[in-house]
Design a protein around this ligand. Structure first.
Ligand code: SER
Length: 319
């Protein structure tokens, strides 16, 4: 039986992953770790244990790990790419300082650690189409710098100290539950909100800006499956490319129009986000994840779009 601590449990991924982990491993065995400015509410608060865990405070992480006999940590604390550019020092403190604190607690207490990396770990000198698993990683953003550092540090702790670190490089994640906030791929979430509310969508990225994206249920399953994978099959650890779909603003807009015929989009470019998106891959090659732990996505753009529209209409009580 696993005892899990999720750090950053009220964020974009954490709010859904914590509930999924509780469903698999038992409500009482998954601790929702949060910071006071983002306290849990509703089912997240009521269905299991919750503790204040600021990732920049190593003593607090250690205390909660000991109190709940934690053996696995999901480290989801991060600032997304655009907001990190506005606060690079804080992005480093959380992304790298926080990971170091987590790895040290894991080393001392025998915990496994999952830390997401990202398509943001690549940069403008990376091959952009079908980006290989092992390739150039010279990111242009502080977000990417923290992700590459995190991959290296996690591999170092695995090799040097035997800490069971594992990770995937998430594409842009799309969900109707908790909005992302401050990312470069957020437009692909916001566009669905505009579509169900009957609003014209202002797209911050220009046509032809391709990025890898993934529906949240696939991303959550990847986080669980990599941590459950047979370690003897893992050639890589930190971090696996995973992929399910790649599109540009025109393609997602046209897909939504198939189900919302009156939907309209116009372009209002955000130079920072455009610059970041241009430095990221158009699509990832995820063959190593498929070979080493049987990764396979379930959703494509069409099935995701149908599910997003149905669920957002329910969320906003729109017929
Ligand atoms: N979704 C993230 C961002 O846009 C990338 O991993 O910042």
């Amino acid at each position: 039986m696993k005892n899990i601590l999720v750090i950053g449990a009220t964020g974009q991924i954490g709010s859904e992953l914590t509930m999924k982990l509780r469903g698999i491993y038992g409500d009482g065995n998954v601790v929702c770790g949060y910071i006071p400015s983002a306290a849990p509410k509703g089912a997240l608060l009521e269905s299991g244990p919750a503790e204040v865990v600021d990732i920049t405070n190593p003593g607090q992480i250690a205390e909660v790990v000991k109190k709940h006999n934690v053996d696995s940590i999901y480290n989801l604390a991060a600032l997304l790419s655009a907001v990190a550019e506005a606060k690079p020092q804080l992005a480093w403190a959380i992304g790298v300082g926080g990971l170091y604190n987590t790895l040290e607690v894991a080393r001392e207490n025998g915990c496994g650690v999952f830390t997401p990396s990202s398509i943001g770990s690549f940069g403008s000198t990376t091959p952009h189409v079908k980006t290989p698993q092992d390739t150039i990683q010279r990111p242009d953003t502080i977000y990417g710098v923290t992700k590459v550092t995190g991959e290296l540090l996690s591999d170092y702790y695995a090799k040097r100290f035997g800490v069971d670190t594992r990770s995937v490089r998430f594409p842009g994640l799309i969900s109707y539950t908790t909005p992302p906030g401050g990312g470069t791929t957020d437009y692909a979430v916001d566009i669905y909100y505009s579509a169900v509310k009957g609003e014209k969508f202002k797209c911050p990225l220009k046509p032809g800006t391709y990025m890898d994206m993934m529906y949240m249920p696939d991303a959550l399953r990847a986080a669980v499956e990599i941590m459950e994978a047979d370690p003897s099959r893992l050639v890589h650890r930190n971090s696996f490319n995973i992929a399910s779909m790649s599109f540009d603003p025109e393609i997602i807009c046209n897909k939504i129009k198939e189900y919302v015929p009156g939907f309209e989009m116009e372009y209002e470019l955000d130079p920072l986000r455009q610059h970041i998106a241009d430095s990221w891959p158009d699509s990832l090659d995820d063959s190593c994840a498929r070979e080493e732990w049987d990764w396979k996505p379930e959703y494509d753009l069409d099935t995701m779009t149908q599910d997003m529209l149905v669920n957002l209409r329910k969320k906003f009580n729109i017929e």
